[in-house]
Design a protein around this ligand. Structure first.
Ligand SMILES: [Zn+2]
Length: 1004
């Protein structure tokens, strides 16, 4: 029998070499066993509560790398945790072929894109004859589908693979057709003209998943105000603040860019705009003929008439005006736009420019048309005021952007129109903005224009995207207010983890409008009523979680003929509509089968937890909510959404150019699945970016090795039966370790319930390890036989390994097999529950005292350089403990910490009245208490008559050892001990305070 002494003396490195885990064979063994035992296959079990977890299915256009792994691993840890809590967990996986991501890649292969082919070869290690076949998009999809599935299995994901599907499966298409007909019947799919992000090369609408870098093209609606010049030409200016047209003093033109004179056939008007603007106008459905070109400098000084105030305004030169922003002209409202104010000031102070353009004395003065809190009074110029406040020097100062945004929103929410705005006088800006806009649009003095606000956005084909006004396009009408209302209701009633994301959802729901749901190209399902269109990938992926129910029956060939799947089948299964016998005969399916599928759906739905990366909040996750509330009854609305941040590799963003993309399967092979899983989750809580590093992986592996070794030792030392009949040891450190264990179970369970997995993994891997080391140190110092610590160590390991199981499933199974005789998977061993009876505050206080004393002792030895022969501890007198307790309850329960008040209370009570002789002591005790952590204060409130002598005597050997002198004699006295033998030559005893014994060292 090995004794604990040997175990502790063992050099970790040697031990590692002796028992190095053969991870590969362990992983293979458990993968096979899980599959054989069909452990992750979930079927309805009406005796158990179900839990349905899904993750956004991947596009199989590349293998998964470390960056992808986080979301899926988190979902798997969650699934495994819920299984151990007794739930019947369904965790399925599908593959998203549809849309443009895969198609775009096959086109790049066909074009022999060097970058891409190199990536296939060097990063993903795809054989050449394989990747040359990738000109066929389905070949890409099938290849990486297989790669990803293997990677998920290798990482130990607990997926029910019977339910796998891809979104180009014929029956999936049937299902999507049903979904779209259902939405259309509800009036939520409309045809019309709406602006969309657009790739001019592909002639296709684009959204996030169609662009390089996954950027959603975002655009704003601007009002184009038409200023007329004397020869009849119109100079349009784009603005988000049409109500400020009353304060326009001039227009800005860039002298260095080329403008075009165009004829708009659809409006029978002649405009001057930048060349770039002319192209944008064409995409916005204007019929443009270019007549001639003119340089900006040729029109500086021209006068243009304000259509609202009828005042003639000069065109002044400004270099901040950009050709590709708006129309290439800017309406200048210096009183309310800091840029305009500053540019005007700069121009006034620049004689050479004035001379160059023959501008005479510039007498333009800002015209204030809005007043608001902080910006009212005669002669107030709001933009001037904010420029002074932020100390802005000129128009190139970056702070000017901040000033612009601040003033814009301040005036929008708090501003009122002034008298010089005619009938709008006194109206809140938020109201006047829309009224002015519709008035000038009605009169024909304005137009609207859509403009990308996050450009450049590039399509996956490389072309820069534009905004296009698309006619006769099919849209999901996310602008429908009733629909929005239901979506808000769903968000407000579900769990959003972390909670701070909830407002982001509500914001997106408000902001979403009509969204193009079909494309001319791409893989996928045709719009059932208009075969020219293919449903795009963010529209055919919103309620597919229900398809996992059906996929099981498709894959086991219970459902074969797609023609049998009429809408009435879907209506019956998913919506509970129709008559069983009638639907069954109409669709040529047996009533038994139909009923079984319906029951399975009713059992597993709704989704209990949907996991995804944060980047899917503004699109996929919001569409997921919208589609559910449109199609299903409230009881089938999703219960929870969990969102996580991204992964940084060794602190850097992952990118091909940095060469730090590591395919998951390679990483698993080299570093083991369990270590990779833990390393992805342990560095950050949900929303933070996780930092993946190989040092962390190494550290984790060595901790896992220790746990494995302990399991191995446990299994050779004892059988479980022996342990069960073993006498429960009542030593202080055993009671302490088991008490700490209960606290750890309670804390870790709370963390897991809130999916604070970083915290949970830290508790299990590091905090418990720390406790274990202390226990072993204490036991070793007491020379305990290994048989005497078996029960405690076994209980500790048995509990810890069950908490580790969701994170490190392979190692946990392996250890569990060694220490548990039931020969069932650890998945069926339940998640531990904390046993209140094992919480032992005396043991906790005792061990804390010993730790503190070792710390103090080492400090004293270091400072005094004494090599002590005797170490004497004086513990505080009883009456001091009474004083301490009284102070603790005033400080803690009544939150009093005023010295005078506390002293008065102490003196009043005969038991503590002695305190008046030692005010310094009372002061120190108050300080002690204030500096203790809450949990310590809580514990001490419950402690009565704690005798500090017992733990000191118990740890005699350890204290002696840790003082640096192996055989120092340890003596303990009560401060006011009247015993003759008490040795206190320097009267140190009187300095003792409760939980702070006085220490005296003697070196001879
Ligand atoms: Zn394109």
């Amino acid at each position: 029998m090995t004794s604990i002494n040997n175990k502790n003396n063992g050099d970790a490195k040697n031990r590692g070499e002796k028992n190095r885990i053969d991870w590969n064979s362990i992983e293979e063994k458990w993968r096979d066993r899980w599959e054989e035992q069909r452990i992750f296959q979930a079927d309805p079990d009406f005796a158990r509560k179900k839990y349905f977890i899904t993750v956004a299915y991947p596009y199989p256009n590349s293998p998964q790398h470390i960056g992808h792994g986080r979301t899926y691993t988190l979902a798997d840890v969650h699934a495994r945790y819920m299984r151990m809590k007794g739930y019947n967990v369904l965790f399925p996986m599908g593959f998203h072929y549809t849309g443009t991501p895969i198609l775009a890649m096959s086109r790049r292969v066909a074009a022999r894109d060097k970058d891409l082919l190199e990536t296939f070869e060097k990063i993903y290690h795809v054989a050449k004859d394989v990747y040359t076949s990738f000109v066929d998009p389905l070949k890409i999809a099938r290849y990486f589908h297989n790669e990803i599935r293997l990677g998920m299995k290798e990482l130990g994901f607990s997926i029910d693979w019977r339910r796998e599907f891809s979104t180009v499966d014929i029956i999936y298409s049937k299902f999507i057709s049903w979904q779209f007909r259902t939405l259309r019947k509800k009036g939520l799919i409309v045809q019309g003209s709406h602006p969309v992000g657009w790739c001019p090369n592909d002639q296709n609408p684009v959204s996030q998943h169609d662009t390089i870098g996954d950027v959603e093209p975002a655009f704003n609606e601007y009002t184009l105000i038409k200023f007329r010049i004397s020869d009849g030409y119109i100079i349009p200016t784009a603005t988000l603040r049409p109500e400020t047209v009353y304060g326009a003093t001039n227009l800005w033109v860039n002298p260095n860019i080329e403008y075009v004179k165009i004829y708009l056939r659809d409006k029978d008007e002649r405009w001057i705009v930048s060349k770039e603007a002319a192209i944008k106008l064409e995409f916005l459905d204007h019929k443009v003929t270019i007549e001639s070109y003119v340089l900006g400098k040729e029109i500086v000084g021209t006068l243009a008439k304000n259509p609202i105030t009828h005042v003639w305004l000069p065109l002044y030169p400004a270099s901040f005006v950009q050709a590709d922003s708006g129309t290439g002209f800017v309406m200048s409202v210096p009183a309310h736009a800091p840029y305009d104010y500053q540019a005007l000031e700069d121009l006034k102070n620049n004689d050479s420019i004035q001379k160059e353009f023959g501008l005479k004395f510039i007498e333009v003065k800002p015209i204030t048309v809005i007043e608001s809190d902080g910006y009212s009074g005669i002669d107030v110029i709001p933009s001037k005021q904010i420029i002074n406040k932020l100390n802005i020097q000129d128009q190139t100062d970056p702070e000017i952007e901040k000033a612009t945004n601040e003033l814009y929103s301040h005036e929008f929410y708090k501003g009122k129109m002034l008298q010089n705005t005619g009938k709008y006088s006194g109206m809140p800006v938020s109201e006047a903005k829309d009224k002015v806009k519709s008035e000038i649009l009605m009169s024909g003095d304005a137009d609207t224009m859509f403009e990308l606000i996050n450009k450049p956005v590039n399509c996956r084909c490389g072309t820069q995207c534009v905004v296009k006004l698309l006619n006769d396009q099919w849209f999901l009408n996310y602008g429908n207010t009733k629909w929005k209302y239901l979506a808000h209701e769903c968000v407000n009633n579900m769990e959003i983890v972390p909670e701070e994301i909830r407002q982001e959802f509500n914001y997106v729901i408000d902001w979403l409008r009509e969204r193009a749901c079909a494309r001319k190209t791409g893989l996928g399902t045709k719009l059932p009523w208009d075969q020219d269109w293919i449903i795009e990938s963010l529209s055919d992926s919103t309620i597919y979680m229900i398809y996992y129910i059906l996929a099981k029956y498709v894959n086991d060939k219970s459902i074969i003929d797609p023609d049998n799947l009429k809408d009435s089948v879907f209506d019956y299964i998913f919506l509970g509509r129709g008559n069983l016998v009638q639907v069954a005969s109409e669709c040529n399916i047996s009533t038994a089968l139909l009923e079984q599928i319906r029951e399975e759906f009713s059992y597993f739905y709704p989704v209990d937890s949907r996991h995804s990366g944060r980047d899917l909040v503004p699109n996929h996750l919001s569409f997921f909510i919208f589609s559910h509330v449109a199609i299903f009854d409230r009881k089938n609305w999703p219960k929870q959404i969990v969102v996580n941040g991204s992964v940084l590799m060794e602190g850097k963003k992952m990118s091909k150019s940095l060469g730090n993309i590591i395919p998951l399967r390679d990483a698993i092979k080299e570093h083991t699945a369990d270590a990779i899983r833990l390393a992805m989750l342990i560095s950050a809580e949900l929303l933070q970016d996780a930092v993946f590093s190989f040092d962390t992986v190494k550290g984790i592996r060595s901790k896992l090795q220790d746990i494995y070794d302990m399991g191995k030792e446990s299994s050779t030392n004892s059988s479980q039966l022996q342990i069960k009949s073993a006498k429960i040891i009542e030593e202080l450190e055993d009671r302490w370790l088991l008490s700490r264990l209960q606290r750890s179970i309670a804390d870790t369970t709370v963390s897991m319930d809130k999916l604070r997995v970083r915290e949970a993994a830290h508790n299990i891997l590091y905090s418990l390890d720390h406790d274990l080391q202390w226990f072993e140190k204490r036991a070793k110092a007491k020379n305990r036989e290994s048989s005497s610590v078996q029960y405690t160590l076994f209980t500790f390991l048995n509990t810890r390994i069950r908490m580790l199981a969701p994170f490190a499933p392979f190692l946990s199974e392996e250890v569990w097999e060694k220490i548990d005789n039931s020969s069932t998977s650890i998945i069926f061993a339940s998640w531990p529950t904390a046993d209140e009876d094992k919480i032992d505050i005396i043991a906790e206080e005792s061990e804390q005292l010993i730790m503190n004393l070792i710390f103090d002792l080492q400090k004293i030895v270091k400072v005094t350089r004494i090599d002590p022969k005797k170490i004497i501890f004086y513990v505080a007198a009883r009456w001091k403990l009474k004083v301490y307790n009284k102070i603790l309850s005033s400080v803690f329960l009544e939150s009093k910490s005023n010295f005078g008040d506390i002293m008065k209370q102490l003196i009043k009570d005969p038991e503590t009245t002695k305190a008046k002789n030692d005010p310094n002591l009372v002061r120190k005790m108050i300080e002690d208490i204030l500096s203790d952590p809450i949990e310590t204060r809580n514990r001490r409130l419950l402690l009565e008559n704690f005798d500090e002598r017992l733990p000191i005597e118990d740890a005699r050997n350890l204290l002696s050892l840790e003082s640096g002198t192996e055989h120092a004699e340890i003596l303990v006295y009560l401060e006011d001990d009247t015993d003759q033998s008490k040795h206190d030559p320097k009267s140190k005893g009187k300095f003792a305070r409760p939980f702070k014994p006085a220490i005296y060292l003697i070196d001879q």
